[in-house]
Design a binder for this molecule. Structure first.
Ligand code: RTP
Ligand code: MG
Length: 148
């Protein structure tokens, strides 16, 4: 099973879409390994989005991600990283295909509701950045054989 980090961004929390979006991931067959609501400070936001430092949208992106609480979680499942990315859809909600999360709920390039790790290396780095080891829980789920 693979783990990936998701962030339900401030627009998602403000619009009361967190439950609906988590429900989509669960219905797909992903399970929650960690979940918490936090107010992100600039240092954490800058570390998370370090790959974008220096780009024209960087300061606005940090303003956005620190602009209200986020729900951050770890999802686990078969090919979880690519499954979450394909469920999110294209970065820009204007271009994201209907049926994807961004395609169904976002019409913005920045305010696109959810982050998902983009590679195994990113997932490892991001899970360690956002969670202490004891906060990510390994457990057995009854009925898992019907999912995978
Ligand atoms: P994310 O990292 O949040 O999962 O999104 P992504 O991989 O689809 O897109 P990425 O290129 O990593 O961009 C990170 C986030 O920055 C905001 N963004 N704004 N104004 C702009 O031109 C612009 N471009 C990107 C979005 O919130 C995007 O998700
Ligand atoms: Mg990204």
């Amino acid at each position: 099973m693979q783990k990936t980090l998701i962030i339900l961004k401030p627009d998602c929390v403000q619009r009361r879409l967190a439950g609906e979006i988590i429900a989509r991931f669960e219905a797909k067959g992903l399970r929650i390994a960690a979940l918490k609501l936090i107010q992100v400070d600039r240092a954490l936001g800058e570390k998370h989005y370090a790959e974008h430092a220096g780009k024209p949208f960087f300061e606005g992106l940090i303003d956005f991600i620190t602009g209200g609480p986020v729900v951050v979680g770890v999802l686990e499942g078969n090919e979880a990283i690519s499954v979450v990315r394909s469920m999110l859809g294209a970065t820009n909600g204007v271009a994201a295909a209907p049926g994807t999360i961004r395609g169904d709920f976002s019409i913005s390039k920045q305010n696109n509701l959810v982050h998902g790790s983009d590679s195994p290396e990113s997932a490892t780095r991001e899970i360690a950045l956002w969670f202490k080891p004891g906060e990510v829980v390994d457990y057995t789920v009854a009925g898992a054989q019907w999912v995978f």
